[in-house]
Design a protein around this ligand. Sequence first.
Ligand SMILES: Cc1cc2nc3c(=O)[nH]c(=O)nc-3n(C[C@H](O)[C@H](O)[C@H](O)COP(=O)(O)OP(=O)(O)OC[C@H]3O[C@@H](n4cnc5c(N)ncnc54)[C@H](O)[C@@H]3O)c2cc1C
Length: 450
Amino acid sequence: MTTTLSSHSATLTGWGRTDPSTAQLCQPTAIEQIQSVVAAASPASLIARGLGRAYGNPAQCAAGTVLELTGLDHIQLDAASGCVTCGAGASLDAVLRVIVPAGFFLPVTPGTRNVTIGGAIAADVHGKNHHGEGSFANHVLWLKLVDGSGQLHQLSPSDPATADAFWATAGGMGLTGVIVEACFRLIPISSSLISVDTTRFRELDGLMAAMVEADTRYRYSVAWVDSLNPAGRGVLTCGDHASREQISNADPLHYDPKAVAGAPSLLPGGLLNTWTVRAFNEAWYRKAPKQRDGELQAISPYFHPLDGVSNWNRIYGPAGFLQYQFAVPDSEAHLVRTTLEALRRIGAPSFLTVLKRFGPSNLGPLSFPMPGWTLAADVSAAVPGLFALLDQLDEQVAEAGGRLYLAKDSRQSATMLERSYPRLDAWRQQRALLDPRGVFSSDLARRVKL
Ligand SMILES: Cc1cc2nc3c(=O)[nH]c(=O)nc-3n(C[C@H](O)[C@H](O)[C@H](O)COP(=O)(O)OP(=O)(O)OC[C@H]3O[C@@H](n4cnc5c(N)ncnc54)[C@H](O)[C@@H]3O)c2cc1C
């Protein structure tokens, strides 16, 4: 028997802590509870939430109801088929604890493991392997969705009857319904270590040329860029899972996510400003070797270096921060430099400035990646002139055929979204089929008119 669902008033933000809003927060533990809440909901009043790691406000619904899914957290590994079935509220952290000791790894992981499976599908997250392996939804076999009428569906990309609904849900930011369960493919590993090649570059052009070359040589690649350095110096780290033969460890699949890399200890203790960011960037650049091949690193320091510091998002102070992340085609690579220069000009210090390569988009009409580049820079929301500058940069990104990532977005306009996501109408059609009463909405959706 299902218990009734209680709710309480809660003020919520995303990871950037900008734009708080208040809603009724429910924490369901059964699918039937979700179905009854949805069936009784009025239009534009409901949104799902995972662990709140999206930067802006997609998991908020001012004056409405937010369904936090973390109570649906079962994880069932099928080692024979190499697939795992999870409740939508299971975190990647919890999944890793089950799958790594059994010899498997996530097909895609974002830069934090504190996200839920529902959040990973709803944002269709990408990792350091997008150039070769695509985004999270590319590896999902099926998902279960409670639609806007409270009906439960199983959607699969390989079933012609449900594929369009599946792809509208992948990257659909919770606006097609509530994902309650999903099954996805894993990759087999024979050790829990990553063999990492690190190279330091004194300027951006050399770094970007090396990244293009790395596309064909490495499964994972990512560059950190010193946002305050006029030449755009940076550190490229490329890697792949180490084989059993490469390691001497008696327990090759040992997994201890608490083992943390150097980034957290270098983080300044107080609030960030240009000086503390400059000191961090200098230390981070110097800490990297000029060139080192085959260093064995554990999963957490390589993939999730900031997860060891709880609430690091508070170092930006009460105004919070945002992440400006765009994707542009290869032909428009110059926008990487233009953006870094523009942010430097207005004195927007960023210690987390990350450059990655992207492969093709998938069938999701709201798929963010495109073959080319993605730059992500964390910036304090209190920097004077920031919002006006970002509006100008948006123009250039849209003009270049690029777009902004909805999971990181706190400020783009409806016009920008309309211009830069060419398959928006196809998404709207599917969304109308899945949620004809328009029950699902969020603060993000209201801003960008999704
Ligand atoms: C430090 C850090 C590093 C990051 N690195 C990356 C990265 O490398 N690559 C990347 O792609 N992203 C990255 N992200 C962003 C993050 O992966 C995504 O925002 C992800 O969606 C967060 O998942 P969540 O469970 O916290 O979802 P929330 O933030 O709670 O919600 C995000 C969206 O998913 C929807 N949603 C959540 N659960 C469900 C559900 N069960 N059903 C339907 N919709 C749902 C919400 O409505 C909302 O629209 C990073 C974030 C942080 C804080």
